[in-house]
Design a protein around this ligand. Structure first.
Ligand code: HEC
Length: 463
């Protein structure tokens, strides 16, 4: 059998075996997860479980520590009965018993605030199908409670500044390699010099039109995070900047779109100057938070790291790749991913970052439709997803520079990516997490205004 790319993409779309009928969980037999405290019945654990373990998708119970809650654009979970009643009961208990006092650890408070923020934003942004109820009343009930809990667990600006720089802890933990090892390409690595402002990795900072962040697709999906993109050519920093200059000087970076008969649209020229084998690129996702003054701020906590190493510059041979593994190898790249683990972060172990195993599955939150589209009996189980590490090349399949999805930022008419002399604060690794342009962008967004509206209404009430 030959696999076309379309067939490969289909392979990870929500089709395939469907799970059996969801169990009906009563309000009192709700699932639990020991994330914040060893006691699974701890109020914070129950709140976490109500969000992350869905009774209508039982396999969510296999990934209670998922990076993001399993809520998508069409989702009505937490708004429809009985999950709505369940979360309302827990949120009311939290508010009535001053649940925020149960845990003082700023790292745990930061994570709860972050997760609730996701749920709040999701409830504002979700788009129900035309034949689904809008759940306006339930949305308002949920949002008002979430906003109040978030306000109560918010950290001070000083507490946020002193959250751990967990990337550095992870990279120096000895658990992972420090660079790509050609004789052990399966060994996950985290370069300790990734954030070094004078080091070999160059951060791409080009904002797009409307000042959107450099990784605009990720930033739109995960608008509570900052995304940093890095590139490193094998010969180091100067060679990387020389290459970026060559890209910038390329005379025709854009060409007419071949299938556009009206000749109105352009695409990136597929014949851009190529970078050499041995080039690496990284995408770092870092947590933003709101402080107790109601401002969005960048934090030093890294939520995920994705790295691609180019063993060779090659295009997948779509005609001859017979298996997924063969197609992946044919991309010329090796792929790596690290994800935040809440229990490890709370235990201050390996910086709280965990390498994704080759067979690990996740509910896809980026670039694919939700697991809960269609009738409940058709909901997608975790087991039906492809392993995450086999999904990377679907979106990064082309040769070298053509698989760099942020390459548009490096071409005219954007800004030339220059090496700026380090500023006074640039001598430490800390400056990167103070990168706040994504925070400014977030503060201009609709859902942020909505949350502020709740807080403004609550202003003057007791804390
Ligand atoms: C559904 C499509 C999709 C999948 C799957 C995907 N990516 Fe990406 N990736 C993107 C897009 C789009 C960007 C560009 C940034 C943006 O606009 O958000 C990107 C950016 C990146 C970057 C920054 C450099 C660049 O190409 O711009 C790295 C590194 C990266 N991805 C690694 C990975 C790894 C490793 C995996 C698998 C674990 C993966 N990606 C899976 C779509 C995807």
């Amino acid at each position: 059998m030959r696999l076309s790319l379309a067939a490969l993409v289909l392979a990870i779309l929500p089709i395939g075996l469907r799970q059996s009928c969801p169990p009906s969980w009563s309000l009192d037999s709700a699932p639990t997860a020991a994330i914040y405290d060893p006691n699974p019945n701890h109020l914070w654990n129950r709140l976490h479980a109500a969000i992350f373990i869905r009774s209508d998708i039982p396999s969510t119970g296999k990934v209670p520590d998922a990076l993001d809650p399993p809520l998508w654009y069409r989702t009505s979970y937490l708004l429809a009965p009985p999950s709505h009643q369940r979360i309302m009961k827990i949120l009311d208990e939290f508010l009535e018993t001053d649940g925020e006092r149960l845990i003082q650890d700023p790292v745990k408070r930061a994570i709860l605030a972050r997760d609730l923020w996701w749920v709040f934003d999701w409830s504002v942004e979700r788009q129900p199908e035309y034949n689904q109820p809008a759940y306006e009343k339930e949305k308002q009930e949920l949002q008002s409670r979430l906003a109040e809990v978030m306000r109560r667990v918010a950290l001070t600006p000083e507490e946020i500044r002193t959250l751990p720089s967990n990337y550095a802890l992870a990279a120096n933990s000895g658990q992972f390699g420090k660079e790509y090892d050609p004789s052990h390409p399966n060994r996950p690595f985290l370069p300790p010099d990734l954030f070094d402002p004078n080091g070999p990795w160059v951060q791409l900072y080009g904002n797009g039109p409307n000042m959107e962040p450099v990784a605009s697709s990720h930033a739109h999906t995960f608008s509570r995070s900052t995304f940093l993109v890095f590139i490193r050519l094998p010969a180091g920093r100067k060679a990387t900047f020389d290459y970026l200059q060559t890209l910038w000087d390329f005379p025709q970076p854009w060409i007419p779109r071949p299938d556009d008969e009206r000749h109105e649209q352009t695409i990136v020229n597929p014949n851009l100057p190529q970078f050499p084998a041995g080039t690496e690129v990284a995408l770092v996702r870092q947590m933003m938070l709101f402080d107790n003054q109601g401002n969005v701020v960048a934090t030093p906590i890294t939520e995920s790291v994705q790295i691609r190493f180019y063993r060779k510059i090659s295009e997948i041979d779509r005609m001859h790749a017979t298996t997924q593994a063969e197609a992946m190898r044919g991309s010329g790249q090796d792929f790596y991913q690290f994800r935040l683990s809440r229990p490890q972060l709370f235990a201050r172990s390996t910086g709280g970052l965990r390498a994704t195993d080759p067979d690990e599955r996740e509910f896809a939150m980026f670039g694919f439709s939700g697991a809960d589209e269609g009738e409940p009996r058709q909901y997608m189980s975790l087991d039906n997803y492809q392993p995450v590490m086999q999904s990377c090349f679907m979106c990064h399949s082309h040769a070298g520079i053509n698989s760099l999805n942020t390459r548009e930022r490096l071409l005219k008419p954007n800004w030339l990516q220059r090496d700026s002399p380090p500023g006074p604060g640039d001598q430490t690794n800390a400056n990167w997490w103070q990168y706040d342009s994504d925070a400014n962008w977030k503060q201009g967004r609709y859902e942020w205004g909505w949350l502020k509206g709740y807080w403004n209404t609550a202003a003057g009430t007791s804390r």
